[in-house]
Design a protein around this ligand. Structure first.
Ligand SMILES: [Zn+2]
Length: 122
């Protein structure tokens, strides 16, 4: 796995744990006699909210997909810039680049100026 991605995941886990600890600390500060069951119930509720928000974000981040209007290959929106389209096979913008294979090279019939674009607007 990508080292930066692993570091980002570890940071997110630490942030989540700190958030849960903050909730528990605030509950105890507000009511020093709060029961462990109440703290647990609040943490479970907070965790469910976090999971729901993560699911919404995950679904929203799903790329739009279509066939390329130029070359016909599958294309999708770039997760770094949703207004840009890339070829699904290799993440390239250029249609010709998306045809590259080690065995056959590029499809020389495809102009270098062609870039990924959806057949229908989404
Ligand atoms: Zn294309």
């Amino acid at each position: 796995m990508d080292e930066r991605l692993m570091a980002m995941t570890a940071t997110m886990k630490a942030t989540g744990a700190a958030k849960m600890l903050g909730i528990a600390k605030r509950m105890v500060a507000t009511d020093p006699d709060v029961s462990g069951r109440d703290v647990l119930a609040r943490l479970e509720s907070a965790m469910a909210e976090e999971e729901a928000a993560a699911t919404v974000a995950w679904v929203a981040s799903e790329p739009d997909r279509a066939d390329c209007i130029k070359c016909g290959g599958p294309v999708e929106t770039d997760s770094r810039d949703r207004s840009r389209w890339i070829h699904s096979a290799d993440g390239s913008r250029g249609c010709r680049a998306a045809t590259f294979t080690v065995e056959d090279g590029w499809d020389e019939t495809i102009p270098k100026s062609w870039n990924a674009a959806p057949k229908r607007s989404v």
